[in-house]
Design a protein around this ligand. Structure first.
Ligand SMILES: [Zn+2]
Length: 145
C-alpha cells in the first residue's frame, strides 16, 4: 500500500496516482515490487516480452529499465517452468518403471499360470505413460510448461 501525503489515505500500488486527489504520484520505487510482480504474472500468462515491456513503459518505467525487468522476470518464469518440468519427468519415470514392472511381472505370471490380467494392465499403463513422459521431456527441453 502507498500513503498519500495530501489526503492521508492508503491506496494500492496498482494506481499511478492517488485515487482521491489525483495529484499525488508515488515514486516509482514504491510501485516497483507491484510492477515486477505484474510483469512476471503477465509473462506467466503467455504474453510476449514485447507486450509486457510496453505495458511497463505505459506505467511510467523507462524503456531500458522495462527491458531489464522483462529479462529478469522471464528468467524467473523459465526457471519455475523448468522446476515443474523436472518434477513431471521424475513422476513420469516412476510411473514408467511401475508399468514396466507390471509388464515384466505380468509376463512371468502369465508364463507360469496363464493369467493375462497383470500383463494387460501393465501394457495399458505403459501405453498411457509413454506419450505423457515424452511430452514432459519435450516441454522440458523447450523450457515450457
Ligand atoms: Zn491524495
Amino acid at each position: 500500500m502507498i500513503a498519500c501525503p495530501n489526503c492521508q489515505i492508503s491506496f494500492s500500488p496498482q494506481q499511478r496516482v492517488c485515487p482521491r486527489c489525483k495529484s499525488y504520484e508515488p515514486p516509482l520505487e514504491d510501485r516497483m515490487e507491484y510492477l515486477e510482480r505484474m510483469a512476471q504474472e503477465s509473462l506467466n500468462d503467455g504474453n510476449s516480452p514485447g507486450f509486457v515491456e510496453a505495458s511497463l513503459v505505459r506505467e511510467g518505467i523507462a524503456p531500458k529499465a522495462a527491458q531489464e525487468i522483462v529479462i529478469a522476470q522471464s528468467q524467473k518464469v523459465r526457471r519455475a517452468a523448468r522446476g515443474r518440468g523436472l518434477r513431471r519427468i521424475a513422476v513420469g519415470l516412476v510411473f514408467l518403471s511401475f508399468a514396466a514392472g507390471l509388464v515384466l511381472g505380468g509376463g512371468l505370471i502369465f508364463a507360469e499360470f496363464g493369467s493375462k490380467l497383470l500383463l494387460r494392465s501393465g501394457l495399458l499403463l505403459l501405453f498411457l505413460a509413454v506419450p505423457l513422459f515424452l511430452r514432459a521431456l519435450y516441454n522440458f527441453a523447450r523450457g515450457r510448461d
